[in-house]
Design a protein around this ligand. Structure first.
Ligand SMILES: NC(=O)c1ccc[n+]([C@@H]2O[C@H](COP(=O)([O-])OP(=O)(O)OC[C@H]3O[C@@H](n4cnc5c(N)ncnc54)[C@H](OP(=O)(O)O)[C@@H]3O)[C@@H](O)[C@H]2O)c1
Length: 352
């Protein structure tokens, strides 16, 4: 198969190009080449989509995978320049209007260029981009709407925050919402499914999400994968949630000491800790208003062949990525050691 990946130098699009090249397909990646290099076996065609996709004009491919994040114009220009039998557009679950529950309704499409990066505008631009692909390709289009993507080469610092933080041990501040639903999909599983789908000419619209887990269970699995010193008996006695700064009982943790310490959502909000991502945040902590984005039904994509690996595998690879990026770098998401220490010193908390 001759495959064009619009991207190919960073995270998901790199994984797609890498997977396809390993299967022996001819892979062309179109990107600026500033986020990284393309995988072995793939060829880079330098394209800046802000300027246009002239270097691809008139080209024909068996399949195209486009990961355009937030530009309707980029998507439309690519559709006009390139011919293909099968076209995958990587969208997002942010296209859904109802954030609190997993409903079917979509946001209004946004076709104008904008510098507004808010989730609603991001979702609206993706709706317009999906429509452009569906209009141009009809029943040869595959629309993929991922939730949180995790694992190898993840530059977004969210899932990776937990792999890194839990590997370091000690008292780890977590949002005290162990039953919060959460979903994640390993980038290699998603990339493999996208390449399978191009090979099989799978079409339609799919939410690309892993199984719904509880946040407490997910963090526990990550901890076990990256911090082998966590013992099954490491959960100490419950500390009343109005107490401040209790020490972890010395007999309740492993040799290096790792304990998940829950702080109530209202205290975190008061202390200026953000949900989900960004500076001074607790990644993967979803506000009540956004539970719909972490509890979507993934049965359609599973029926279409998606296989998901155990969280522990993703966590170990995420930790390798974190260490490669430098664990002491300035992060896009999570708490600094100082912020975490201050929260522990000043806010009521309980050991999970
Ligand atoms: N990450 C998540 O958790 C998540 C969740 C839901 C949906 N998504 C969607 O998944 C898709 C992939 O996201 P990702 O974070 O994994 O990104 P990615 O695959 O790493 O894709 C970014 C690619 O776009 C290229 N690019 C950026 N600016 C460009 C330009 N001006 N001209 C040409 N190419 C350009 C980059 O290459 P150069 O910089 O080298 O040019 C890079 O190869 C996106 O559509 C995103 O909306 C992601």
């Amino acid at each position: 198969m001759r495959l064009l990946v619009l991207g190919g130098t960073e995270f998901l699009s790199y994984a797609v190009a890498d997977d396809a090249a390993r299967r022996g397909h001819e892979v062309v990646c179109a990107a600026r080449g500033v986020s990284g290099t393309v995988p072995a076996g793939a060829r880079l065609v330098r394209v800046d989509r802000e300027v246009g996709v002239e270097p691809l004009a008139g080209e024909r491919f068996d399949a195209v995978v486009d990961v355009a994040r937030m530009s309707y114009r980029w998507v439309r220009d690519a559709l006009a320049a390139v011919r293909a039998d099968h076209w995958t557009f990587v969208s997002t679950i942010n296209v859904y209007k109802d954030t609190a529950v997993p409903g079917p309704e979509l946001l209004e499409p946004i076709t104008e260029e904008t510098s507004d990066n808010s989730p609603e505008v991001y979702g609206g631009v993706k709706v317009a981009s999906e429509n452009a692909v569906l209009d141009a390709l009809g029943d040869r289009a595959l629309i993929v709407r991922p939730g949180l993507i995790t694992g190898a080469r993840d530059v977004h610092d969210r899932f990776g925050y937990w792999a890194n933080r839990l590997s370091r041990g000690g008292r780890v501040v977590v949002p005290d919402v162990p039953a919060q639903p959460i979903q994640q999909i390993d980038v290699l599983d998603l990339a493999g499914w996208i390449v399978d789908s191009a090979e099989r000419r799978t079409t339609g619209i799919f939410d690309a999400v892993g199984p719904v887990l509880q946040l407490g269970a997910l963090l526990g699995e990550i901890a076990e994968a990256v911090a082998p010193e966590v013992r099954s008996d490491s959960v100490g006695p419950e500390v009343p949630s109005d107490s401040v700064g209790p020490e972890v009982p010395s007999d309740s943790v492993g040799p290096e000491g790792t304990a998940l310490v829950g702080i109530a959502p209202e205290h975190l909000v008061e202390a200026g800790v953000a949900h989900w991502a960004g500076p001074k945040s607790l990644p993967l902590w979803a506000p009540d208003t956004h539970q719909g984005f972490v509890s979507r039904d993934g049965s359609a994509i599973v029926a279409a062949g998606l296989r998901t690996r155990p969280v522990a595998e993703t966590a170990r690879v995420a930790l390798d990525t974190e260490r490669g990026l430098g664990v002491d770098r300035e992060r896009k998401a999570g708490l600094t050691a100082e912020e975490e220490a201050e929260l522990l010193a000043t806010l009521p908390h309980r050991i999970w």
